[in-house]
Design a protein around this ligand. Structure first.
Ligand code: SME
Length: 178
């Protein structure tokens, strides 16, 4: 298919990714996207560029990703998350540590897999269409918490241990160089 002229500005690698046919099985799909993310980000040190690329590439790879993005630790308020690069409908701007699913992931530094967000105490409903979510803490090479990565789905119980394992792996590799 011929693409419109405006698309010609897209760098070749990103365009190749958008046209890619990914494997059907979830784990294989994550493995393929993980390799693509590493290839696109090779040599790019800017944190915003890295976060925006991870959010875009994962959001465009999975049907269940309705809202996909980062809440970063605010350098001026270390107990507060502020919205970072994301794909999806308007997200809340700030989340205190300990509040909702993102705040719980930040405080505990544990991945949160929530099958039914409405049953989660203190869940913050930025968009009422969200039914389930996964939030993964993001650390840098020194092990410091820099953000959380939040994915919301319109489908209940959309995320499981496969999502947790692969997202943890992708985020460690991308932000801690591990
Ligand atoms: N679901 C999150 C809030 C952020 S948004 O849904 C974009 C939470 O409860 O932490």
């Amino acid at each position: 298919m011929t693409r419109p002229a405006a698309a010609a500005k897209t760098p070749p690698m990103a365009e190749a990714f958008n046209d890619k046919t990914l494997p059907e099985a979830k784990a294989e799909r994550y493995a393929a996207v993980a390799g693509e993310i590493a290839a696109v980000l090779d040599g790019e040190p800017n944190l915003t560029a890295r976060m925006a690329t991870v959010a875009s590439m994962l959001a465009s790879s999975f049907e269940d990703y309705f809202w996909t993005g980062f809440y970063v630790v605010d350098p001026d308020k270390p107990d507060e998350l502020v919205v970072g690069p994301y794909q999806g409908t308007l997200g809340c701007l700030r989340i205190a540590f300990g509040r909702g699913v993102c705040g719980t992931a930040a405080r505990t530094r544990q991945t949160q897999v929530v099958e039914d967000v409405h049953a989660f105490p203190g869940h913050i409903a930025c968009d009422s269409r969200s039914a389930s979510e996964i939030v993964v803490p993001v650390v840098d090479a020194q092990g410091r918490l820099i953000a959380v990565f939040d994915v919301d789905s319109e489908r209940p119980a959309a995320f499981d241990a496969v999502d947790a394992e692969w997202l943890e792996r992708i985020l460690l590799r991308t932000f801690a160089g591990a």
